[in-house]
Design a protein around this ligand. Structure first.
Ligand code: F6P
Length: 341
């Protein structure tokens, strides 16, 4: 680092990595980090394979040229991994040593909660960090939005729309499992957007008889010939739910587990735009002398939060979406409003 006029230490070399489950838009964030850094004469080291790559000094120098054509691509050009070794102090000490060896003064870490926990620990080793939230689960507590969520929602919606065509043709019931880890954001958004009969989410305890069996019976009595049930992976297994529906009422649902298909594909405009703004903001913060923070979204704005504070925050799924979905299907808003969600 060198001192510039206004007293702020000028940062000369940063590292960027992607860690945890990949999310569409991670590449767009890497591109924004590299190009913003280049515009400020900051060198950018791409760390491959997340925290494990930092431990192993697995890196490549990045330039404006090397991030050409990645804006539209899913996955991550830097690869990603979940590192067991980094969870231990010895692993983090090795990672910090790599930073010192390579002259990396700060790391921009793109990923979810696990990535940020790692970043916080690394900051305690004396390496400056900035986190950028990216996961299809949207389950990073300090940020309203995470890069990749919109693309994953749209991918799941596209798949479910296709399923609906064939369910309609055969007058069948479909049970679709979507990802989301322990959170129901993906399932609830997708359920609303596809007009699903219900979305089972971990945030709302369901009663199989009342919330599934009776719902199917009511829907059929109301004349619905094909039924779509969305299940968040954190709320149970679609295979089990399908089997229980068969045992309870004799109809044989077709079960689809969307799985990793939701993580791939070209990022939507929203994810590209968000990733670009976040990547830019991360490097700008470092240039202006701020670090150990997370770039988050709050009420549509991009904000910087101290990482310690960010890791203490809790966000809650807005359960009015659950009510809205129920209302769209079976009406009875007056009864829905009386439910304690
Ligand atoms: O966190 C992203 C995510 O795709 C979750 O939705 C899912 O539970 C998990 O990662 C799957 O992890 P893996 O790719 O290791 O199977």
């Amino acid at each position: 680092m060198e001192t510039i006029n206004n007293g702020i230490k000028r940062i000369k070399r940063i590292g960027v990595l992607t860690s945890g489950g990949d999310a569409p838009g991670m590449n767009a964030a890497v591109r924004a980090v590299v190009r913003t850094a280049a515009s400020l004469d900051i060198e950018c080291v791409g760390i491959r394979r997340g925290w494990q790559g930092l431990i192993n000094a697995d890196f490549t120098m990045l330039s404006t040229e090397s991030v050409k054509h990645i804006l539209t691509r899913g996955g991550t050009m830097l690869y990603t991994a979940r590192s067991e070794e980094f969870m231990h102090p010895e692993g983090r000490a090795k990672a910090a040593a790599t930073c010192r060896m390579l002259g990396i003064e700060a790391i921009v870490a793109i990923g979810g909660d696990g990535t940020f926990r790692g970043a916080l620990e690394l900051s305690r080793e004396g390496i400056e960090v900035v986190g950028i939230p990216a996961t299809i689960d949207n389950d990073v507590d300090c940020s309203n939005y995470t890069i990749g969520f919109d693309t994953a929602c749209n991918t799941a919606v596209d798949c479910i729309d296709r399923l609906r065509d064939t369910m309609q043709a055969h007058e069948r019931c479909s049970v679709v499992e979507v990802m989301g880890r322990n959170a129901g954001y993906l399932a609830l958004y997708v359920g609303l957007a596809t007009g699903a009969m219900a979305a089972l989410i971990p945030e709302h305890k369901y009663d199989f008889q009342k919330d599934i069996v009776e719902l199917i019976q009511t829907a059929r009595l109301a004349g619905n010939t094909h039924l779509m049930l969305v299940v968040a992976e954190g709320a149970g297994s679609a295979v089990d739910i399908g089997r229980r529906i068969y045992e309870a009422i004799g109809i044989e649902p077709r079960v689809t587990v969307l799985g990793h298909i939701q993580r791939g594909g070209t990022p939507t405009a929203r994810d590209r735009e968000m990733a670009t703004r976040m990547g830019y903001t991360a490097v700008k913060a470092l240039y202006e002398g701020r670090s150990n923070c997370v770039i988050a979204t709050k009420d549509g704005y991009i904000v910087e939060l101290p990482i310690e504070e960010a890791m203490q925050m809790k966000k809650h799924l807005q359960m009015d979406r659950y009510r809205i979905m129920q209302t769209m299907q079976l009406g009875g808003l007056k009864e829905v409003l009386q439910q304690d969600l």
